[in-house]
Write a protein of this length. Sequence first.
Length: 249
Amino acid sequence: MHLDVIDLRDFYSSLVGRIVTRHVGEALSAVMPEGPFGQIAGIGYATPYLGFCEGRTEHLAALMPAPQGVIDWPSDSPSKTALVEENRLPLSDASVDLVILMHALEMSSHPAELIEEVWRILSPRGRLVAVVPNRQGPWARSDISPFGFGRPYSRGQLRAVLADAAFETEVWATALHMPPIARRPVLRLAGTIEKMGRVCWPAFSGVTCVRASKSTVQGAKVRARSTLSPSFRPALQPNTGRMRSHPTV
Protein backbone atom coordinates (compact mmCIF):
# COMPACT_ATOMS: atom_id res chain seq x y z
CA MET A 1 0.00 0.00 0.00
CA HIS A 2 1.58 3.26 -1.13
CA LEU A 3 0.87 6.45 0.77
CA ASP A 4 -0.22 9.40 -1.30
CA VAL A 5 2.61 11.73 -2.26
CA ILE A 6 0.76 14.68 -0.70
CA ASP A 7 0.68 12.91 2.69
CA LEU A 8 4.42 12.26 2.41
CA ARG A 9 5.16 15.85 1.46
CA ASP A 10 3.06 17.23 4.31
CA PHE A 11 4.71 14.94 6.86
CA TYR A 12 8.22 15.96 5.89
CA SER A 13 7.29 19.64 6.06
CA SER A 14 6.08 19.22 9.68
CA LEU A 15 8.24 19.57 12.81
CA VAL A 16 8.20 15.81 13.45
CA GLY A 17 9.12 15.22 9.82
CA ARG A 18 12.12 17.54 10.06
CA ILE A 19 13.36 15.73 13.16
CA VAL A 20 12.89 12.37 11.43
CA THR A 21 14.80 13.65 8.40
CA ARG A 22 17.74 14.68 10.55
CA HIS A 23 18.05 11.37 12.42
CA VAL A 24 17.40 9.11 9.44
CA GLY A 25 19.81 11.25 7.43
CA GLU A 26 22.54 10.55 10.01
CA ALA A 27 22.00 6.81 9.56
CA LEU A 28 22.06 7.22 5.77
CA SER A 29 25.36 9.06 5.99
CA ALA A 30 26.78 6.20 8.08
CA VAL A 31 26.06 3.59 5.38
CA MET A 32 26.59 5.75 2.31
CA PRO A 33 29.48 4.57 0.12
CA GLU A 34 32.22 6.96 -0.85
CA GLY A 35 31.62 8.92 -4.04
CA PRO A 36 31.61 10.52 -6.44
CA PHE A 37 28.94 8.75 -8.50
CA GLY A 38 28.00 9.12 -12.13
CA GLN A 39 24.28 8.51 -11.55
CA ILE A 40 22.18 8.31 -8.37
CA ALA A 41 18.52 7.28 -8.35
CA GLY A 42 16.18 7.67 -5.39
CA ILE A 43 13.18 5.34 -5.61
CA GLY A 44 9.98 5.79 -3.60
CA TYR A 45 9.87 9.12 -1.77
CA ALA A 46 13.55 9.89 -1.33
CA THR A 47 13.60 13.62 -2.05
CA PRO A 48 13.95 14.76 1.62
CA TYR A 49 17.20 12.77 1.76
CA LEU A 50 18.71 13.41 -1.66
CA GLY A 51 20.31 16.56 -0.36
CA PHE A 52 22.88 14.28 1.27
CA CYS A 53 24.02 13.40 -2.28
CA GLU A 54 24.69 16.95 -3.44
CA GLY A 55 28.17 17.38 -4.82
CA ARG A 56 28.66 13.63 -5.11
CA THR A 57 27.04 12.93 -8.48
CA GLU A 58 26.75 14.18 -12.04
CA HIS A 59 23.12 13.10 -12.43
CA LEU A 60 20.42 12.73 -9.79
CA ALA A 61 16.91 11.35 -10.36
CA ALA A 62 13.90 10.85 -8.07
CA LEU A 63 11.71 8.00 -9.34
CA MET A 64 8.25 7.92 -7.75
CA PRO A 65 5.93 4.89 -8.11
CA ALA A 66 2.66 5.43 -9.98
CA PRO A 67 0.39 4.30 -7.06
CA GLN A 68 2.04 6.95 -4.88
CA GLY A 69 1.98 9.83 -7.34
CA VAL A 70 4.63 12.39 -8.13
CA ILE A 71 5.44 15.98 -7.23
CA ASP A 72 7.98 18.25 -8.86
CA TRP A 73 11.45 18.33 -7.32
CA PRO A 74 13.52 20.38 -6.82
CA SER A 75 11.46 23.56 -6.76
CA ASP A 76 14.26 25.96 -7.72
CA SER A 77 15.79 24.16 -10.73
CA PRO A 78 14.77 21.86 -13.63
CA SER A 79 12.74 18.87 -12.49
CA LYS A 80 14.55 15.64 -11.64
CA THR A 81 11.45 13.56 -10.90
CA ALA A 82 9.63 10.93 -12.94
CA LEU A 83 6.50 8.85 -12.43
CA VAL A 84 7.42 5.18 -12.92
CA GLU A 85 6.21 1.61 -12.69
CA GLU A 86 8.44 0.12 -10.02
CA ASN A 87 8.74 -3.25 -11.80
CA ARG A 88 9.67 -1.55 -15.11
CA LEU A 89 12.07 1.25 -14.35
CA PRO A 90 12.81 3.49 -17.37
CA LEU A 91 16.58 3.10 -17.07
CA SER A 92 19.09 1.08 -19.04
CA ASP A 93 20.88 -1.97 -17.66
CA ALA A 94 23.91 -1.16 -15.47
CA SER A 95 23.32 2.60 -15.82
CA VAL A 96 23.16 3.67 -12.13
CA ASP A 97 25.95 3.75 -9.53
CA LEU A 98 23.84 4.21 -6.40
CA VAL A 99 20.15 3.51 -5.67
CA ILE A 100 18.43 4.79 -2.53
CA LEU A 101 15.18 3.06 -1.56
CA MET A 102 13.07 5.21 0.76
CA HIS A 103 9.38 4.49 1.47
CA ALA A 104 9.65 2.01 -1.39
CA LEU A 105 10.34 -1.58 -0.37
CA GLU A 106 7.81 -1.69 2.49
CA MET A 107 5.14 -0.03 0.34
CA SER A 108 5.63 -2.16 -2.77
CA SER A 109 3.05 -4.77 -3.79
CA HIS A 110 5.85 -6.67 -5.54
CA PRO A 111 9.04 -6.15 -3.48
CA ALA A 112 10.93 -9.01 -5.15
CA GLU A 113 10.34 -7.52 -8.60
CA LEU A 114 11.40 -4.08 -7.36
CA ILE A 115 14.69 -5.45 -6.00
CA GLU A 116 15.28 -7.34 -9.26
CA GLU A 117 14.84 -4.11 -11.19
CA VAL A 118 17.29 -2.35 -8.90
CA TRP A 119 19.83 -5.13 -9.55
CA ARG A 120 19.30 -4.72 -13.29
CA ILE A 121 19.91 -0.96 -13.41
CA LEU A 122 22.90 -0.97 -11.06
CA SER A 123 26.39 -0.96 -12.53
CA PRO A 124 28.69 -3.92 -11.66
CA ARG A 125 30.25 -1.93 -8.82
CA GLY A 126 26.97 -0.23 -7.89
CA ARG A 127 25.53 0.01 -4.39
CA LEU A 128 22.01 -0.13 -2.98
CA VAL A 129 21.07 1.77 0.17
CA ALA A 130 17.68 0.77 1.60
CA VAL A 131 15.77 2.29 4.52
CA VAL A 132 12.84 0.26 5.88
CA PRO A 133 10.69 0.25 9.03
CA ASN A 134 12.03 -2.06 11.73
CA ARG A 135 9.52 -4.82 12.52
CA GLN A 136 10.57 -4.82 16.19
CA GLY A 137 10.37 -1.06 16.65
CA PRO A 138 7.41 1.03 17.89
CA TRP A 139 7.42 3.28 14.80
CA ALA A 140 6.12 0.37 12.70
CA ARG A 141 3.01 0.27 14.92
CA SER A 142 2.26 3.98 14.94
CA ASP A 143 0.62 6.09 12.23
CA ILE A 144 2.47 9.23 13.30
CA SER A 145 4.85 8.81 10.35
CA PRO A 146 5.05 7.02 6.97
CA PHE A 147 7.14 4.31 8.65
CA GLY A 148 3.93 3.02 10.28
CA PHE A 149 2.50 1.99 6.90
CA GLY A 150 3.32 -0.91 4.63
CA ARG A 151 5.32 -4.03 5.48
CA PRO A 152 8.06 -3.67 8.13
CA TYR A 153 11.15 -5.89 8.01
CA SER A 154 13.41 -7.49 10.57
CA ARG A 155 17.12 -7.45 9.76
CA GLY A 156 17.00 -11.14 8.86
CA GLN A 157 14.03 -10.65 6.53
CA LEU A 158 15.69 -7.73 4.79
CA ARG A 159 18.91 -9.68 4.35
CA ALA A 160 16.96 -12.60 2.83
CA VAL A 161 15.08 -10.36 0.36
CA LEU A 162 18.35 -8.85 -0.82
CA ALA A 163 20.14 -12.21 -1.01
CA ASP A 164 17.36 -13.65 -3.20
CA ALA A 165 18.11 -10.90 -5.73
CA ALA A 166 21.91 -11.46 -5.57
CA PHE A 167 22.81 -8.59 -3.25
CA GLU A 168 25.42 -8.89 -0.50
CA THR A 169 24.81 -6.77 2.60
CA GLU A 170 27.80 -4.70 3.73
CA VAL A 171 26.95 -2.10 6.39
CA TRP A 172 23.99 -1.64 8.77
CA ALA A 173 22.76 1.36 10.77
CA THR A 174 19.68 2.23 12.82
CA ALA A 175 17.70 5.41 13.45
CA LEU A 176 14.60 6.72 15.25
CA HIS A 177 15.33 5.36 18.71
CA MET A 178 13.06 7.99 20.23
CA PRO A 179 9.40 7.02 20.80
CA PRO A 180 6.89 7.99 18.08
CA ILE A 181 5.30 10.78 20.14
CA ALA A 182 4.67 14.26 18.74
CA ARG A 183 4.82 16.05 22.09
CA ARG A 184 7.04 19.01 22.80
CA PRO A 185 8.93 17.52 25.82
CA VAL A 186 9.79 14.39 23.83
CA LEU A 187 10.83 16.33 20.75
CA ARG A 188 13.10 18.55 22.86
CA LEU A 189 14.94 15.43 24.02
CA ALA A 190 14.99 13.74 20.59
CA GLY A 191 18.72 14.21 20.05
CA THR A 192 19.67 12.88 23.48
CA ILE A 193 17.32 9.90 23.23
CA GLU A 194 18.65 9.12 19.76
CA LYS A 195 22.26 8.96 21.00
CA MET A 196 21.29 6.76 23.95
CA GLY A 197 19.18 4.46 21.80
CA ARG A 198 21.97 3.70 19.37
CA VAL A 199 23.92 2.20 22.27
CA CYS A 200 21.22 0.86 24.61
CA TRP A 201 18.36 -0.38 22.41
CA PRO A 202 19.39 -0.50 18.73
CA ALA A 203 17.22 -3.59 18.11
CA PHE A 204 14.10 -1.47 18.76
CA SER A 205 14.93 1.39 16.43
CA GLY A 206 12.27 2.83 14.18
CA VAL A 207 14.10 2.13 10.94
CA THR A 208 16.90 -0.07 9.64
CA CYS A 209 19.36 1.17 7.02
CA VAL A 210 21.53 -1.16 4.98
CA ARG A 211 24.08 -0.83 2.21
CA ALA A 212 24.35 -3.75 -0.20
CA SER A 213 26.52 -4.50 -3.21
CA LYS A 214 25.49 -6.12 -6.46
CA SER A 215 26.82 -9.66 -6.67
CA THR A 216 27.79 -10.89 -10.12
CA VAL A 217 29.06 -14.29 -8.99
CA GLN A 218 25.68 -15.97 -8.76
CA GLY A 219 23.02 -15.31 -11.33
CA ALA A 220 20.16 -13.02 -10.41
CA LYS A 221 16.63 -13.74 -11.51
CA VAL A 222 15.88 -11.72 -14.63
CA ARG A 223 12.33 -11.39 -15.93
CA ALA A 224 11.33 -10.82 -19.51
CA ARG A 225 10.46 -7.13 -19.82
CA SER A 226 7.84 -5.64 -22.06
CA THR A 227 8.59 -2.50 -24.08
CA LEU A 228 8.59 0.63 -21.96
CA SER A 229 6.49 3.65 -22.73
CA PRO A 230 8.74 6.41 -24.14
CA SER A 231 7.55 8.93 -21.58
CA PHE A 232 5.82 9.20 -18.22
CA ARG A 233 2.98 11.58 -17.50
CA PRO A 234 3.01 13.11 -13.99
CA ALA A 235 -0.18 12.33 -12.11
CA LEU A 236 -1.41 12.13 -8.55
CA GLN A 237 -3.24 9.03 -7.48
CA PRO A 238 -5.73 8.82 -4.58
CA ASN A 239 -4.40 7.03 -1.54
CA THR A 240 -6.10 4.06 0.16
CA GLY A 241 -5.16 5.36 3.60
CA ARG A 242 -3.92 8.57 5.16
CA MET A 243 -1.66 9.33 8.07
CA ARG A 244 -3.13 10.70 11.22
CA SER A 245 -2.92 14.49 11.41
CA HIS A 246 -0.42 15.68 13.99
CA PRO A 247 -1.16 18.05 16.85
CA THR A 248 0.58 21.40 16.77
CA VAL A 249 3.75 21.19 18.77
